[in-house]
Ligand binder design. Structure first.
Ligand code: HEM
Length: 170
């Protein structure tokens, strides 16, 4: 196996890790929201497990970047400057930055809400938020997570297609 193939193997493995992380977090999210809306006080534990998934995405993303640089090196930087690669790299940076701007703050807020929800036995007696307010806010966070997941998955698919076809975009 030559150097290029080794880099390609790592590149594809990291795609699996990345995609696995995304699919896992979609499944966890759907489960979490079911629990949040039916028994909010039990959702805390699930939320902790949920918070592990971004680690997979970070690990997969880093391996992707390193193996991608090796792939570029293996072709003596032939692709460097081609429009498909520029678009791919911009999308890749967006993929990495996007969670910090959207779901990370929303995740922190969700953790706080779940703490509030589990702090009192009876949500109606909660001095900080009524049950109605709590559920409304959780629903708005859920929508953010949904939109986020759709955007992340679409970008990964677009990057995939761009890499296969390598179109001259500009
Ligand atoms: C989410 C991010 C990424 C995804 C989904 C992705 C996907 C892929 C796939 C599926 C291939 C195999 C294509 C083929 O063999 O025809 C590939 C190849 C490649 N990728 Fe990535 N990649 C990503 C990030 C990166 C990054 C960050 C770089 C550069 C630093 C990069 C550089 C390359 C190069 C140079 C190739 C070889 C292209 C060829 O010779 O056909 N990729 N990528």
């Amino acid at each position: 196996m030559d150097f290029r193939n080794i880099a390609l193997v790592f590149h594809i493995v990291s795609l699996f890790i990345l995609a696995g992380g995304v699919i896992g977090s979609v499944i966890m999210e759907l489960t979490l929201w079911k629990v949040v809306t039916t028994q909010p006080r039990s959702a805390g534990l699930l939320s902790k497990a949920f918070s592990r998934f971004p680690m997979f995405q970070t690990a997969g993303g880093l391996l992707m970047l390193i193996s991608g640089i090796f792939l570029l090196g293996s072709t003596h930087w032939y692709y460097w400057g081609q429009s498909w690669l520029t678009v791919k790299l911009v999308l890749y940076v967006f993929l990495a930055v996007h969670p910090n701007l959207t779901v990370k703050p929303a995740g922190k807020r969700l953790d706080k809400l779940l703490q509030i929800a589990s702090a009192t036995k009876n949500l109606e007696l909660n001095p900080l938020l009524t049950e109605q307010e709590l559920i409304m806010e959780m629903k708005s966070i859920r929508n953010r997570f949904r939109i986020f997941n759709i955007i992340q998955i679409s970008i990964i698919v677009i990057i995939f297609i761009i890499t296969i076809y390598k179109p001259h975009l500009f």
